[in-house]
Design a protein around this ligand. Sequence first.
Ligand code: ZN
Length: 112
Amino acid sequence: MAIVPLSCANCGAPLEAPEHARFLTCGHCGTRLRQERSGSAVYTELVDQVAQVASSARDIAEGVSRIAAHHRIEALDREWEETRRGHLIARASARNPIVGLRPALLLLLSGA
Ligand SMILES: [Zn+2]
C-alpha cells in the first residue's frame, strides 16, 4: 500500500496517509481531514468545512424555494383580491338595482 505525503489543511503539519484512505485525523491538531485528488495533486480538506459548504448549499436551495412559494402566494392573493372586488361590485348592483340601471336611466333621461 503506497503512503502519500500530505499536509494538514488546518495547521500545515506534515502527514502521511495510505493512498486510498479517504479520511484521516491530523496527529498534530486533531482536525478531521478528507484526502482529495485533483489531477496528480493530493491534498487535504477539512471535513467540517466540506460539511459546512454542503449545508450552506442546502440552506440556499431552501431559501430559493421559500421565496418562490412566497411569490406564488402573493400572486394568488392579488388574483383573489381582484376576484373578490368583482364579486362585491356584482353584489352591490344586485342589492341596489338602481346602480345597475343607472346607465339605462341616463340614456332615457338624455333622450338617446
Ligand atoms: Zn493539523
